[in-house]
Design a protein around this ligand. Structure first.
Ligand code: UGA
Length: 436
């Protein structure tokens, strides 16, 4: 077993640290955020992620997992994972790499020959090459090992990933780095997980390309939804029909309000910016269209609400079901649901937003919206209901009982998860994106 450090214990780092400790490694988590460290040290997950609290509790009991703000404590570790965030920069499309640079700088004085620094953060191609010189000056080596975890399934994706990608240098140094990573991931590899060895730029691009492809798939089906809306088709039937072809596949063809979160939107924008820097902007210029199609869904949803209310939402009591960017998450970064709620408020609607987990984060992001944690209270007296994040409890709502709560039975299904016949049968006006 290896002693590891994990620098940055936010979403990716906290899950990675706890998962690696569960595999038997000794893990030292480092962060600058004392509150986060306090939570994690007490085995409390600082964000909602199914399975993480249980994992933290188990690994804390084994005393293999510790957290600190003192980077010098990483010295006994030989493998150091860099797991900090790379958000969109405040002044443009590029990724902000300041946290990555600071994380690497913080451990440089404490590493040396035989140590391996492993980047897991999503970075623009070329970052690993840029950092490698600094790392090698200490005698240590650098590898890039992108993470593919999904929020809501993060623990599962870390412990049983689809693949492990190692970006390593050529020659003996690369072989040694791969061996060190193999030791860390031994039990994951023993499950038969595919391991792909690549150079730095390929490893970095694998992550960016994967997220770009997923975003493209979603925007493709949402573009078809736009056509269905004008031509009178049903995008859900279309998705089922094309998805049966296993060259296409049905996953990530759910049309609706589109993608949000801390990854897909900023990753495709950073890719556009980086490709431009490299003089290859044309190769990914289609991603601008992918972004535009995605953002158009939010406008269309707000327009549909206005249309259903007879041309004006001013003074209408609107209940929005969902604030998180997707179910099983409390993350509201670039949340389509929250964007639509704010747009309707701006058009004069009296908006109440409910969500089982994300209200705290949402109210920090949109303090002027009204939030109601109790679903029944949120629905009472509504003149229009919008389902914008497909939490199970919203998918399973009974149209008859909800009809008794609201003022007017009108519902917009922003995620195409309700049965239109059932809701219409219970007296509701039902509308959705991309369906008649
Ligand atoms: C995404 C990728 O799926 C992960 O593989 C990747 O590791 C991660 O980003 C990352 O870069 O860290 P995540 O942001 O957690 O994961 O969420 P997804 O499950 O990909 O969903 C993204 C958005 O697309 C959500 O808003 C979801 O509602 C939307 N979506 C998804 C659709 O609108 N339609 C679909 O068919 C699927």
């Amino acid at each position: 077993m290896t002693t590891l450090s994990v620098v940055g214990v936010g979403y990716l780092g906290a899950v990675h640290a706890a998962s690696m400790a569960s595999l038997g490694h000794t893990v030292i988590g480092v962060d600058v955020d004392e509150r986060k460290l306090e939570d994690l040290a007490a085995a409390r997950a600082p964000f909602f992620e199914p399975g993480l609290p249980e994992l933290l509790e188990r690994t804390q009991d084994s005393a293999r997992l510790s957290f600190t703000s003192d980077a010098s404590v990483v010295a006994p570790a030989t493998v150091h994972f860099v797991c900090v965030g790379t958000p969109q920069s405040a002044d443009g499309l590029h990724a902000d790499l300041s946290h990555v640079d600071a994380a690497v700088d913080s451990i440089l004085p404490h590493i040396g020959p035989g140590h391996l620094v492993v980047g897991k953060s999503t970075v623009p191609v070329g970052t690993a090459e840029r950092l490698a010189g600094r790392v090698r000056a200490t005698g240590a080596e650098l590898a890039w090992n992108p993470e593919f975890l999904r929020e809501g399934k993060a623990v599962q994706d870390t412990l049983t990933p689809d693949r492990l990608v190692y970006g390593v240098p050529d020659g003996a140094a690369g072989e040694r780095a791969a061996q060190q990573l193999d030791e860390v991931y031994r039990s994951v590899l023993d499950l038969g997980t595919t391991r792909i060895i690549a150079d730095y730029p390929t490893a970095e691009l694998v992550k960016t390309a994967a997220n770009s492809f997923l975003a493209t798939k979603i925007s493709f089906i949402n573009a078809m939804a736009e056509l269905c809306e004008t031509a009178g088709g049903d995008v859900t039937v279309l998705a089922d029909a094309i998805g049966i072809d296993d060259r296409i596949g049905r996953k990530f063809l759910n049309a609706g309000l589109g993608f949000g979160g801390g990854c897909l939107p900023k990753d495709i924008r950073a890719f556009i910016a980086r490709a431009d820097d490299l003089g290859a902007g044309e190769a990914v210029s289609f991603l601008k269209e992918i972004d535009a199609i995605n953002l158009r869904r939010r406008d269309r949803m707000a327009d549909l609400a206005v249309e259903v209310c007879g041309g004006d939402v001013d003074g209408v009591h609107v209940t929005v079901l969902g604030a998180a960017f997707k179910p099983d998450s409390d993350d509201t970064r670039d949340s389509p649901a929250l964007a639509v709620a704010a747009a309707l408020r701006d058009r004069g609607a009296i908006v109440t937003v409910t969500d089982p987990e994300a209200i705290e984060n949402a109210s920090r992001r949109e303090p002027d919206l009204t939030f109601e944690p109790d679903l029944t209270t949120a629905l009472r007296g509504a003149g229009l209901v919008l389902l914008l994040t497909e939490w199970t409890q919203y998918r399973e709502l009974d149209p008859h009982s909800v009809a008794d709560l609201v003022d007017r039975p009108r519902i917009l299904d922003g995620r195409n998860v309700l049965d239109p016949a059932r809701w219409r049968g219970a007296g509701w006006t039902y509308r959705a994106l991309g369906r008649p």
